[in-house]
Ligand binder design. Structure first.
Ligand code: FES
Length: 288
């Protein structure tokens, strides 16, 4: 078995229970369509006060200091091929003074809610207000490291399946071609265009690996569509915005086919999804 570059640079979390046997570190980024669902990562779940333990499905960390994976945004595609992030119906949680709106639903056999995204300050983004008036379409971001995105589509255009027709062969010289075609987008941020800090960043990838995995996993069958996976693009370490195939330097960390955070070299594998958890912040003050 060849040496694992990531293991040499950053030892993988030893307590993490991986749900795909035999997939360790950066090896998952190279040749395996390793997506599944069984393990719960509770190793980063501190005790103490907070908004409670939130379980979510996210892509795994396979290197670097990030404590846990970045959450998925379940994807749906409308009749014209435009991609949306699923936003659950709003209900009231709790009672009396504790009553508060929450966007929550059952999807693919698990509970999906807006609580998945309550970290790194995203929890106070206006778009994450359960009742925010948003259409949920993914829109291309203002700036992108991807040449194809800069040349073929415009910022704020809605993302369409047709833009990704070459996803089975696309490459940009970083890592292998044909692993997946990416875009950077925004979600539920149409009312905060003047406030970059309030924009919710999304990494989109269309990949045959996701297509295959969706046939094997009830959750991925429900949360991905036509090979598209969407990820809230906020690093769980110190909240930078990582990227898929954005930096040739990522190859040094075994991340040429993965998602790399340039701030402190965390590596995420967009093709390994597991159930994870964190302690959410308490509800923001003033939200009754
Ligand atoms: S690795 Fe530190 S912010 Fe991403």
């Amino acid at each position: 078995m060849s040496r694992d570059v990531d293991t040499d640079v950053y030892p993988p979390p030893t307590k993490r229970r991986r749900f795909v046997k035999g997939v360790v570190g950066a090896s998952a980024l190279v040749g395996l369509a390793a997506i599944g669902e069984t393990a719960v990562d509770l190793t980063t779940n501190p005790t103490g006060e907070g908004g409670g333990v939130t379980e979510y499905y996210g892509i795994d960390v396979v290197g670097g200091p990030a404590p846990r994976g970045m959450p998925q945004i379940p994807v749906e595609i409308d009749d014209e091929g435009y991609l949306r992030g699923i936003w659950p119906p709003v209900e009231t949680a709790g009672g009396g003074a504790e009553a508060a709106p929450i966007a929550r639903t059952q999807l693919g056999g698990i509970t999906y809610s807006n609580e998945w995204f309550q970290y790194c300050g995203v929890e106070i983004a206006p778009g994450l207000d359960p009742t925010a008036d948003e259409d949920n379409y993914f829109r291309y971001a203002e700036s992108s490291q991807y040449e194809w995105q800069n040349q073929e589509v415009s910022p704020n255009d809605r993302v369409n399946v047709d833009d990704f027709e070459d996803y089975e062969t696309w490459g940009n010289g970083i890592g292998q071609d044909g692993v997946g075609k990416p875009a950077v987008a925004t979600w539920r941020s149409t009312n905060v265009e003047d406030d970059a800090a309030a924009v919710i960043p999304v990494q989109l990838i269309r990949s045959v690996r996701v297509e295959r995995a969706a046939q094997e996993s009830r959750w991925l069958g429900a949360s991905t569509q036509e090979g598209f996976i969407a990820i809230l693009d906020k690093c769980t370490h110190f909240c930078c915005v990582p990227g898929y195939k954005i930096d040739p330097v990522s190859a040094r960390y075994g991340a040429a086919n993965g998602i790399y955070c340039p701030c402190h070299q965390s590596v995420y594998d967009p093709f390994v999804v597991s159930r994870q958890s964190f302690v959410a912040f308490p509800r923001p003050e003033g939200e009754e």
